[in-house]
Design a protein around this ligand. Structure first.
Ligand code: S3P
Length: 444
């Protein structure tokens, strides 16, 4: 996809003075948690106050949708948001399609939340989002009695008809997806009886934690989570941790740039999100978790990372859902490691904001790294990253991953189609420059 603004990154290391990352930084708020804070705050009773909200385009798309449904929301102002909740039945019919932009989380979770409303709604998105599979949510929502139409290919726009009654279901997910799980739990708030979701592997549990913070009862056993419809959510205060998915670029950057010593402050270390730390440590990374604490029902720590020689690994399949958004960054770590890194069981990467296996494979090859994409993963042989031009295909995480690759490149790297970095990490380039990444933004 080509984004509206043409933004490119130019990373030009000075080969006489190798770059290294140093200092302390705080990356923006967690994207997954920011989306959920708006959704639950809107349908709670009373006021919800949020701090650390991610002011990126994806979370702002969720926020704008609820304004279009009559919810009073103040902010965001330096991460502070105040929501006057309207209760489970207080949303109003939007007078136009709700635009989810690039955000799969907005679309899939809102499909669940809106499935049981007494008004119709249409959810639309940009070209990338309109290619992504939506039957994974519309089919189980249909089993609950929802009436949702998709395109013939099972993609957006999603057309929701009013439904008076949803019925709870007991659903076993065929793919390990937090978005599907969350969608069904949100629909379950409007269902009669119990809604249970069983996951084939653990996925991020922010929805469950946040429902609990809003006073809603959630029952969890091993790989199954259940709620009963018809309860109430009570407005609360939420502090959103820094996003480990954004921190990942600096965890990799500091690991691969010799002489680095970087501390990332207040990063969420929810066990369902720490695959990137587990995998980097298995590769030999020097990562220390300091001052562990809890914020808004989520575990948080300062993360200190120092450079270390990395070795290729076979990534354990059980780590895949726990690192699902971090593979673009991890592939750069693999390109800088000695030996081969092998990823399997990760076919989901093909249906993210881009086909991340193919786009990363093409980009690595353009920089002289041996990368062999496979249907469910990739094999990457570490080597010398060369200069070159890489196309991020409008995928924010791919753009940032290749910017970080520049730390170890033998010449300049130009990354094209980077404007969507704004969806998850506004201010990425400025922050990266501040800690030592030799990069510039080029706009035309
Ligand atoms: C998300 C879940 C993940 C992740 C996405 C955010 C969420 O998707 O890739 O960026 O907030 O629930 P899946 O649940 O589809 O794997």
């Amino acid at each position: 996809m080509t984004s509206a603004v043409d933004l490119r990154f130019l990373v030009a290391p000075d080969v006489s003075a190798r770059p290294r990352l140093q200092g302390r930084l705080r990356v923006p708020g967690d994207k997954s948690i920011s989306h959920r804070s708006i959704m639950l705050g809107a349908i709670a009773e009373g006021e919800t106050r949020i701090s650390g909200f991610l002011e990126g385009a994806d979370a702002l798309a969720t926020l704008a949708s609820f304004r279009h449904m009559g919810v009073q929301i103040q902010g965001p102002d330096r991460g502070e948001v105040r929501i006057q909740g309207v209760g489970l039945r207080g949303l109003q019919a939007p007078d136009a399609p709700l635009d989810m932009g690039n955000s799969g989380t907005s679309m899939r979770l809102l499909a669940g939340l809106l499935a049981g409303q007494s008004f119709p709604a249409t959810l639309v998105g940009d070209a990338s989002l309109t290619r992504r599979p939506m039957r994974r949510v519309t089919e189980p929502l249909g089993l609950m009695g929802a009436r949702i139409g998709t395109s013939e290919q099972g993609t957006a726009p999603l057309m929701l008809e009013p439904t008076e009654h949803l019925t709870g279901i007991d659903y076993r997910m065929p793919v390990a997806s937090a978005q599907v799980k969350s969608c069904l739990l949100l629909a379950g708030l409007y269902g009669t009886g119990e809604t249970c979701v069983t996951e084939p592997a653990p996925t991020r549990d922010h929805t469950e934690r946040m429902l609990t913070a809003f006073g809603y009862s959630v029952r969890r056993t091993a790989n199954r989570v259940c709620i009963t419809g018809g309860g109430r959510l009570m407005g609360c205060r939420l502090q959103i941790p820094a996003d480990i998915s954004s921190a990942a670029f600096f965890l990799v950057g500091a690991s691969i740039a010799p002489g680095s010593d970087l501390t990332l402050e207040g990063v969420g270390i929810n066990p369902t999100r720490v695959g990137v730390i587990n995998i980097l440590r298995a590769m030999g990374a020097d990562i220390e978790l300091m001052d562990r604490r809890t914020a808004g029902g989520e575990p948080v720590a300062d993360i200190r990372v120092r450079s270390a020689p990395l070795t290729g690994v076979a990534i354990p399949v059980d780590q895949v859902p726990l690192a699902i958004d971090e593979f673009p960054a991890l592939f750069i770590a693999a390109a800088c490691a000695s030996g081969e890194t092998i990823l399997t069981g990760a076919e989901e990467l093909r249906v993210k904001e881009s086909d991340r296996i193919q786009v990363m494979g093409d980009g690595l090859a353009a920089l002289g790294i041996q990368a062999k994409p496979r249907p469910d993963g990739i094999r990457i042989r570490g080597g010398q990253i060369g200069p070159g031009v890489v196309d991020a295909h409008g995928d924010h995480r791919i753009a940032m991953a290749f910017a970080i690759a520049g730390l170890r490149a033998s010449g300049p790297i130009e990354v094209r189609d980077c404007a969507n970095v704004e969806t998850s990490f506004p201010g990425f380039a400025a922050l990266a420059v501040r800690v030592g990444v030799p990069m510039r933004e080029l706009r035309s």
